[in-house]
Design a protein around this ligand. Structure first.
Ligand code: NDP
Length: 215
């Protein structure tokens, strides 16, 4: 079982790291981007995705839990302490955790048995509040960033600049750990598939895939 390290996965506007609007995504129809997210977070055995309660609510019920991954949802309204396995086991439903820390403690317990749900890679998939909590932990090693070149009006922002010029929240973290963009080859090696070199277009929206790591 690999060490527990966190990989944040996010799609954000290049201009100001915008990630959300009105409780949902600012854009629609990024089909190839969503397929990339699904492939990368599923590859290998027993991966987990951790998300905030508002992000869980934003997923249409018929698509949740996200298939083929252990889903962990974080809410202050959930029972404190170590989360319990849901009825039917972690594959059947989602795990409810009252904090990111207790979610990680739950995963540490599960990882003692290789091959079980939660023993693979751990992805933090949003939203802004849960990204901020994750970035406060040394376990957060990597960000898989889809940089959206087209501009969208947003009300929710990723709390780290990653090369974006105007993100006030990120500037407040100027003395935070240093993040560097990895090469396309390093990115491909980590995700286990080729990374397209050129700008992608879905539904008229332009974007590119990047990988950043904490150094
Ligand atoms: P989150 O998804 O981060 O969920 C916030 C909720 O998580 C809180 O209301 C609370 O739940 C719980 N929570 C937050 N911090 C803690 C904590 N420290 N301990 C326990 N529970 C906690 O919400 P955001 O509003 O930040 O982000 C949602 C937006 O982001 C949406 O617009 C969504 O579409 C977008 N998004 C965009 C992504 C992208 O890649 N572009 C990815 C994911 C989301 P409760 O209130 O129940 O206590």
């Amino acid at each position: 079982t690999p060490p527990l390290e966190l990989t944040l996965v996010v799609a954000a506007t290049a201009r100001d790291m915008g990630i959300g609007a009105n409780g949902g995504l600012p854009w629609t129809g990024l089909r190839k981007e969503m397929a990339y997210f699904a492939r990368v977070t599923k590859r290998g055995d027993g991966n987990a995705v951790i998300m905030g309660r508002k992000t869980w609510d934003s997923i249409p019920p018929k698509f949740r839990p996200l298939r083929g991954r252990l889903n962990i949802v974080i809410s202050r309204s959930f029972v404190p302490g170590l989360p319990k396995d849901p009825a039917g086991g972690p594959d059947a439903s989602h795990v409810e955790a009252s904090s990111l820390e207790t979610a990680l403690e739950y995963l540490r317990q599960r990882r003692k048995a290789a091959g079980t749900p939660g023993s693979g890679r751990v992805f933090v998939i949003g939203g802004a509040q849960i990204y901020a909590a994750a970035l406060g932990l040394a376990d957060a090693r990597r960000v898989l960033l889809t940089r959206i070149m087209s501009d969208f009006s947003c009300d929710t922002f990723f709390p780290l600049a990653l090369g974006s010029p105007t993100n006030a929240a990120a500037e407040a973290m100027a003395d935070a750990p240093k993040w560097v963009q990895r090469s396309r080859a390093e990115h491909a090696a980590w995700i286990g598939e080729e990374v397209p070199e050129d700008v992608q277009t879905d539904n008229g929206t332009e974007y590119e895939f990047q990988m950043w790591e904490r150094v």
